[in-house]
Write a protein that binds this ligand. Structure first.
Ligand code: ZN
Length: 201
């Protein structure tokens, strides 16, 4: 393990130190899914928010990074939040609209992670209600002026089974570099496929 690829993140509650892979601008190997989540061996799963490995406190990584502290092998990695922890953070914190968008995006990913792990999307009482509410609020937070936000809106519609609306949004996306992604989403819509899909290159 190359220690210099890591930075130190300190829990604001108990002070425990964690190591975190420094985000790279260019990844050599990665997988991208239709909900926008990227997986890579060069990337930690917790990127914006994390749960402390010692006390379980949830916090924003940016506010807790310690650039001048040396990384050691014994430090645990940051843990991604559970669905309940995302819901708790959305309830408890005074947050900006941008922060809410990040938390809601990642909450959508956390539900889809269950599908990616071949598990049912809804496990606990209240899951489906939380999922549906999150989809509606996230949809309204996304800025329609931005093409990637429009792609995500189409994805939210597709996952909710609103296939006509998803198709309508996608049909207006003309950017050449997104043609491959658009075709794969259109194909999923054609087969009334609601689950998150992995994009092919
Ligand atoms: Zn802690």
């Amino acid at each position: 393990m190359m220690i210099k690829e890591f930075q130190v993140v300190e829990c604001p509650n108990c002070g425990a130190h964690h190591k975190m892979r420094k985000p790279k601008t260019k990844l050599k190997s990665y997988e991208i899914y239709s909900d926008g989540k990227t997986f890579s061996p060069e990337l930690d799963e917790a990127l914006e928010v994390a749960a402390c490995a010692a006390c379980g406190e949830c916090f924003w990584i940016e506010d807790a990074s310690l650039p001048k502290v040396e990384v050691t092998e014994e430090m645990p990695s940051l843990k991604p939040l559970t669905i309940a922890q995302y819901a708790g953070m959305l309830d408890a914190e005074v947050i900006t609209t941008d922060e809410e968008e990040i938390l809601r995006m990642e909450l959508l990913w956390a539900f889809n992670d269950r599908v990616r792990a071949d598990k049912p999307m809804f496990e606990n009482e209240g899951d489906e209600e939380l999922w549906a509410q999150n989809m509606t609020i996230l949809y309204n937070l996304l800025d329609s002026a931005d093409v990637y936000s429009r792609l995500l809106k189409a994805e939210i519609d597709r996952e909710r089974g609103e296939f006509d609306r998803a198709e309508e949004i996608l049909s207006k996306i003309k950017e050449g570099q997104l043609a491959g992604i658009k075709n794969q989403l259109m194909n999923a819509i054609k087969y009334k496929e609601r689950e998150v899909v992995k994009f092919n290159e």
